[in-house]
Design a protein around this ligand. Structure first.
Ligand code: FAD
Length: 383
């Protein structure tokens, strides 16, 4: 039985507790889904989540724009991740892929949000390139003005949802200034001529992912999201909101690992008594519970701070993501250990958690980058 006592913390309001309870019931009924075809599974998950209203918090309502509620995003990711990593992925991408539109889009661009919030359209966030993952400001992809259009040329890689997305939010160099100040952001529908899926990428916790090539890909000037040259700032603002939610997902994986470990330690007999009677095992369980609670405090502190109106939560979000993903890795590793051989048996839940958690320390800013961000913040600089 997962520990839900954190929902009584003062970070939350009654609507969050109600959301968590209803979502838990929904997950018990519908998850996990069959992952054998990840593209089909993600399309199905988005359709199911959209049909039952769970995607609404991922983007603003164009008819009644209110700020995104980061606590709801984190609770949702935590709950979905505890039941099915792919369900968390499907939910998360609807938010990350449309964040730039929610925060900086104009009215016609925001019409897309009706479809992504209802599960009728899937979205992707295309920032990383082969030469510039962590070093985002060094991107090569260009967007050249040509009359009433922009022409996009270059590559994006590691793009989640690539191949099944209906729209891509793409960052490209428009050259107003060198480095970070010369990048703009564009909304590119998947069927735009010149946008191609160049290579599918398989990762240890499979989900739809590919390298994209843009070859003379022409979009109208109205496809630009926000102002020319503001792309880097837009990308960082989106990550500022969604980074805490990566911590939420890590928390979900860690809680599941803890629950599985408690269940294993109490049901498995060794040396004539339950595994749990061994004090070293109790020590592991205590460390895991401590890591989970400490991570939850940082994640929900970041989410609450943003929801209370902070313009930026760079420090809080970096701490939440860094700590929650790092500690979840440790919790899950202990869970594998406590499960013995079953912990590495293909298809066992802790084996899949072991694979699921790893990428969270790399994407949306690697752990090392988060440390740099935190150090700069505590030194009083900007990150
Ligand atoms: C599963 C997965 C999903 C992804 N989804 C998307 C997506 O949807 N959209 C998208 O645009 N991108 C996506 N990415 C890309 C991801 O954001 C990049 O992989 C990440 O930014 C790291 O870039 P890189 O792989 O080029 O590694 P590099 O930039 O080469 O970094 C390698 C390592 O160097 C170290 N390092 C880097 N910078 C510093 C620093 N400043 N100080 C100290 N150490 C440092 C870190 O250990 C880092 O892991 C995804 C990646 C993965 C693995």
């Amino acid at each position: 039985m997962p520990d839900r006592s954190f929902l009584a913390w003062p970070f939350f309001e009654a609507r969050h507790r109600d959301h968590a309870e209803r979502l838990e019931q929904w997950c018990k009924q519908h998850l996990p889904v069959d992952h054998s075809d990840v593209d089909a599974a993600c399309e199905r998950l988005v359709a199911m989540l959209g049909r039952d209203g769970w995607l609404m918090p991922t983007a603003i309502d164009p008819d009644d724009p209110q700020p995104l509620d980061v606590r709801t995003l984190c609770i949702t990711r935590e709950t979905l991740a505890r039941h099915d990593g792919l369900a968390d992925f499907a939910f998360a991408m609807q938010g990350l892929g449309t964040g730039a539109i929610s925060f900086f889009g104009d009215d016609p661009q925001k019409q897309w949000l009706k479809k992504t919030r209802s599960g009728e359209a899937l979205s992707a966030f295309a920032l990383s390139e082969p030469r510039s993952g962590s070093d985002v400001a060094n991107m090569d992809m260009t967007a050249r003005r040509d009359g009433a259009d922009f022409v996009l040329d270059g590559e994006k890689t590691w793009i989640s949802n690539a191949g099944i997305a209906d729209l891509y939010v793409v960052f490209a160099r428009t050259g107003e200034a060198p480095g970070a100040k010369g990048i703009s952001c564009f909304l590119v529908p998947a069927d735009t001529p010149g946008l191609e899926i160049a290579e599918r990428i398989d990762v240890i916790a499979p989900h739809p992912m590919a390298r994209l090539v843009f070859n003379d890909c022409r979009v109208p000037a109205s496809a630009m999201i926000g102002k020319s040259g503001d792309g880097f700032r837009i990308a960082m603002s989106v990550l500022d909101v969604f980074r805490s939610t990566v911590g939420g997902a890590a928390l979900g994986f860690a809680r599941r690992a803890l629950d599985e470990s408690i269940s294993r330690a109490t049901s498995r007999e060794l040396f004539g008594a339950p595994l749990f009677d061994l004090q070293m095992v109790q020590g592991h369980i205590a460390d895991m519970a401590l890591d989970v609670d400490a991570a939850a405090l940082l994640v929900y502190r970041a989410a609450w701070t943003k929801d209370m109106g902070a313009a930026r939560v760079t420090r809080e979000a970096a701490m939440a993501k860094l700590y929650a993903t790092d500690r979840a890795q440790s919790v899950i590793d202990k869970a594998v250990q406590l499960h013995g051989g079953d912990g590495v048996r293909k298809g066992h839940i802790v084996e899949s958690l072991y694979r699921e958690i790893r990428a969270l320390r790399i994407y949306e800013g690697a752990s090392d980058v988060q440390k740099v961000v935190i150090a700069r913040q505590v030194m009083g600089g900007t990150a």
